[in-house]
Design a protein around this ligand. Structure first.
Ligand code: SF4
Length: 377
């Protein structure tokens, strides 16, 4: 287990007697089956949530940590009891772990177990003068709009910078005061010189110095959102036209700068196209077997489990499942780069699961192919 020295302990270490009692309970009653567990402090705080394919083995490992600074030792020394529940499969345990982490937000669960790949998102902050920010994942601010995920934060940041420059969107500090042109009573109190080079070189509309109205800024932002949604190539067309005009005027240096910008924006458009493809491919019916016959059927649409049912055993069950599949997959499925904040972690989890275990894709079926499965049950 890795070290986790940053998480401060909030209470005196659990006594040796209590630790021995917890260990004995695990040893005597836990089974080596998939499941999730919660480490709970004396006052009821859930300090850690975990999952394992072999629950008993995992739980016993907490009591074998060689050093007190190890993550496992630190967690178990804040817990006075361990609770666990068995799940029908490792996949089910993974999903349940994510849901419990979201529910309890335990201190020791760092960064919500995100996929280790270099994922990032583009967040659109709230008014006034919203800005595009590249972030690693959703924060606590559920009302923000997110696009993604993307791979390669540096490349995405470069492309977003170009998008900001092309559209004249701001990229300054989030708390920069804004003074739109249609807010004269506010503007009068501030000097017109912004002290920001981006306004001077026409890379920002200057919402901080009355350089544009709220509506003008919102129109540019709408263009950016449409571009990120993949429904509008406006910024690319603007650059292409400028580049051609510069070239006709024999301004080759400027044309070359515009050509490089164009390339970066086209790369960004390409990334969005790949993302839309990735999210769409995470739409199917996934059947997970269980040794005890507790097979589960997961209806996954656009990277999120929309429903879960036991595999049907009777014609009535099969008919019910078919009705559910129809409901889930008939829902409005407009292709867009925007992703609701609360769906991001599950999307990453599913993407990671099927990448780690590509053979699992053989257990999936497109929704329209599921009728024979249900009928045969
Ligand atoms: S001109 Fe004003 S709003 Fe635009 S980036 Fe500079 S400080 Fe921010």
């Amino acid at each position: 287990m890795r070290k986790l020295s940053k998480v401060a302990l909030r209470r005196p270490p659990t006594s040796e007697e209590q630790l021995a009692a917890m260990r004995m309970l695990v040893r005597d009653t836990a089974a080596d089956r998939p499941g999730v567990y919660r480490m709970i402090a004396g006052d009821g705080e859930v300090v850690y949530v975990g999952k394992s394919k072999r629950l008993r083995t995992r739980l016993l490992s907490y009591f074998r940590c060689a050093f007190p600074e190890e993550k496992g030792a630190r967690i178990v020394r804040e817990a006075e009891r361990i609770e666990w529940e068995y799940m029908p499969s490792e996949f089910a345990a993974l999903l349940q772990e994510l849901r419990l982490i979201k529910r309890f937000r335990p201190r020791f669960n760092v960064a919500m177990k995100r996929d280790g790949r270099n994922y990032c998102f583009i967040k659109i902050t709230k008014a006034p003068a919203p800005k595009l920010v590249v972030v690693r994942g959703p924060g606590q601010d559920d009302s923000a709009v997110y696009y993604g995920p993307f791979l390669g934060a540096m490349g995405v940041s470069d492309a977003v910078r170009e998008l900001n420059d092309v559209l004249g969107l701001r990229d300054c500090a989030i708390d920069q005061r804004m003074h739109f042109a249609d807010q004269p009573e506010l503007f009068d109190a501030f000097p017109r010189t912004p002290g920001c080079i981006r306004y001077e070189v026409h890379k920002c509309l200057g919402p901080c110095v009355g350089g544009c109205s709220v509506q003008q800024y919102d129109e540019r932002l709408a263009l950016a959102r449409a571009f990120l949604d993949g429904v509008d190539d406006g910024p690319i067309e603007v650059l292409r036209r400028d580049m051609e005009e510069a070239s006709e005027r024999l301004e080759y240096e400027r044309a070359a700068v515009l050509r490089d910008k164009l390339k970066r924006l086209e790369a960004l458009r390409g990334q969005f196209a790949r993302l839309r493809f990735a999210v769409e491919t995470l739409s199917f019916v996934y059947t997970v077997p269980n040794d005890d016959g507790d097979d589960r059927v997961y209806l996954i649409r656009r990277g999120r489990v929309r429903a879960e049912r036991p595999r049907p055993r009777t014609p009535d069950d099969a008919a019910t499942l078919l009705g559910l599949i129809e409901d889930v997959f008939a829902a409005d499925d407009r292709s867009t780069g925007q992703i609701p904040t609360h769906e991001i972690d599950e999307l990453l989890l599913l993407s990671s699961w099927f990448r780690r275990f590509p053979a699992e894709l053989e257990r999936t079926s497109a929704a329209h192919e599921i009728a024979p499965l249900a009928a045969a049950s």
